[in-house]
Design a protein around this ligand. Structure first.
Ligand SMILES: [Zn+2]
Length: 134
């Protein structure tokens, strides 16, 4: 165990945070899936319920997409931990602040770059990356 004083990031802490977050997301995804299966069994095949059912399905799919995206972000962050590039902004290659990583352990960009990218997305110059923010 390499304990140093100072600003050095502790990768093991972030790995733990990322892994428990991934676990939490997976758990909530399977809980939602189970709830949906139960709801389906309860619903009689009545025409009137159909639009409500479609609405719930849409919410579920939408929610699922966000969770999948977050899981991918977390997997990428774990990969960066393996590669020793974790906590380095992928845009300007400056270290990302520990405060930001504590709040968003899967962050790829420092606050400054993230804001620039968000602005570019808002202006329609860029569609590629949007941070799953939870
Ligand atoms: Zn940056």
């Amino acid at each position: 165990m390499n304990m140093k004083n100072g600003q050095k990031l502790k990768p093991a802490n972030y790995r733990k945070m990322l892994e428990s977050k991934a676990e939490e997301v997976r758990h909530s995804m399977s809980a939602q899936k189970a709830a949906q299966v139960v709801a389906r069994l309860d619903v009689p095949s009545d025409e009137g319920d159909l639009s409500q059912q479609h609405h719930e399905e849409w919410i579920f799919l939408n929610r699922n997409t966000i969770d999948m995206k977050l899981l991918r972000e977390i997997a990428d962050a774990l990969h960066r931990l393996d590669q020793d590039t974790y906590g380095i902004c992928m845009e300007c290659e400056e270290p990302i602040s520990a405060k930001r990583l504590d709040a968003v352990p899967w962050a790829r960009f420092c606050v400054t770059c993230q804001e620039l990218i968000a602005t570019r997305i808002a202006e329609g110059d860029m569609v590629e990356y949007q941070e799953a923010d939870r």
